[in-house]
Design a protein. Structure first.
Length: 96
């Protein structure tokens, strides 16, 4: 076990809250708000699905192979995020 200072623990707690807010809450809100746009719904739906799969798999696999799943999940999220600007432009273009 790693012994962190009080400042280090506070930083980690704040970082975890930011990660939850940015990585889970904001995409979920966006998914709900833009639900009527099928392509955007697919992107954020897939993002949330990958995130849920990553979290569950990390909890299960980390017993034997710590941190392996995090790397795989990050790559999948990067692919989904890379496709988002094109989907947004197409959806907004179709709206007008």
């Amino acid at each position: 076990m790693i012994n962190y200072s009080d400042a280090g623990l506070r930083f980690i707690r704040v970082w975890i809250l930011l990660a939850i807010a940015i990585g889970l809450i904001v995409p979920t809100i966006t998914f709900v708000i833009w639900f009527k746009y099928p392509e955007i719904r697919k992107i954020f739906g897939l993002y949330l699905l990958v995130l849920i799969i990553q979290i569950v798999t990390e909890q299960i696999v980390s017993i034997w192979l710590p941190s392996l799943v995090v790397i795989i999940g990050q790559r999948l999220k990067m692919l989904l995020v890379a496709a988002l600007p094109q989907v947004l432009r197409r959806s907004l273009k179709d709206e007008h």
